[in-house]
Ligand binder design. Sequence first.
Ligand SMILES: O=P(O)(O)OC[C@H]1O[C@H](O[C@H]2O[C@H](CO)[C@@H](O)[C@H](O)[C@H]2O)[C@H](O)[C@@H](O)[C@@H]1O
Length: 263
Amino acid sequence: MTKSNPKPVFGDQNDFFEEVKGRKTALFLDYDGTLTPIVSRPEDAQISQEMKDLLAQLAEKYTVAVITGRDMDDVKKLVGLNNLVYAGSHGFRISGPDGLYKEHEKTSVLLPELNIIEKELMELQKKYKGVQIDRKRYAIGVHYRNAKDEEIDDILADFEEVLAKNPGYKKGTGKKIVEIKPDLDWHKGKAVLWILQELGLAADDSVIPVYIGDDDTDEDAFEALETDGIGIGIMVEHSGNSTHASYTLKDVDEVATLFKKLL
Ligand SMILES: O=P(O)(O)OC[C@H]1O[C@H](O[C@H]2O[C@H](CO)[C@@H](O)[C@H](O)[C@H]2O)[C@H](O)[C@@H](O)[C@@H]1O
């Protein structure tokens, strides 16, 4: 069930801390907008040393997973910690300690197709100043944050044309980004449930999964955890739109404050 007014984690009431009291959190964390502030260019979204240190300490106590729309190898390099689980391309590729690994079984079909779509989308980068094509293994983003305002409608129309030519693929949306993704029943929420199952945490009542994210694609994970009360979703910088998250944090600094409280 979506809500338009999720509760602040650090509000007048202590509801979030009451919910997690006496249980071990398993932390599922989005990267952009959650662990790092949104910046103009994706390559400049570097995680702070303070956030890295907090993640390293949390990972000594809890399961910590980064669940991102970025490419898995990209986010692994950015975070740079070995004892975390990483899910990239919105969950299509996952790896973690002790040989945890999953890659979508349709790799051999999807990769050549995505390579062709990437070439088609590169035309938008050539045509419009400020457009940046962002290839991840299982998705291709078209960033338009730095495009001219008056060209955005045309960019999105050209994107729709490419999408229409490629059955089997669907559109994803995010912060000043549209993406082409495989039209398959797999997303961040399914990835979180898969990780919980594989790590033997799904049936462990002493564990409470908490997912923190800030964007459209995180709704799948909020919804997956909300179902049957499996866990808790926290939306960062809630815009007022309806969400499956139950709680909110103001910004990346408040995410860090929550981490310190959990340690
Ligand atoms: O699932 P996430 O970890 O939140 O990744 C979502 C997308 O994040 C990145 O793009 C966004 O952040 C950039 C850096 O702050 C910003 O410049 C851009 O406008 C945002 O859309 C990343 O580049 C994408 O690949 C991710 O899909």
